[in-house]
Design a protein around this ligand. Sequence first.
Ligand code: 2BA
Length: 109
Amino acid sequence: MKLVVAIIQDKDSAILSDELVEANVRATKLPSTGGFLRAGNTTFMIGVEDERVDEVLQIIKTNCEAREQFVATPVSMDVPLDNAIAYPMEVHVGGATVFVLPVDSFHRF
Ligand code: 2BA
């Protein structure tokens, strides 16, 4: 068994949930926050049999879109106020960041 951990954009989370349910794949959704943008994203934990990992990766790939996002560059407190302007910077985010981890054991009590 493997644990697929997929960090995706909030906008894709409803469609991904639907598609996983449709494929009879069990998943848990967690609200999360990206360390760089400090914006909300969604983390899926998906426990799946080894032989279905590729199928799950394909579902994630099909349903999670890459997007451009604007972020204001942080303002340093060291600069004088006149120069303290936050410039928008374009960042390419996602579709999905995915980790596939081995599972030692799995129980449902
Ligand atoms: P964030 O950390 O908010 O990052 C959002 C996007 O900002 C990233 O998209 C990437 O394009 C950019 N970015 C991140 N760190 C950067 C840096 N130091 N310099 C320049 N640009 C940077 P993605 O790579 O698609 O990542 C989307 C989200 O996936 C991340 O949100 C984070 O929550 C998660 N993630 C990505 N890589 C990870 C990793 N190695 N470990 C844990 N979480 C990760």
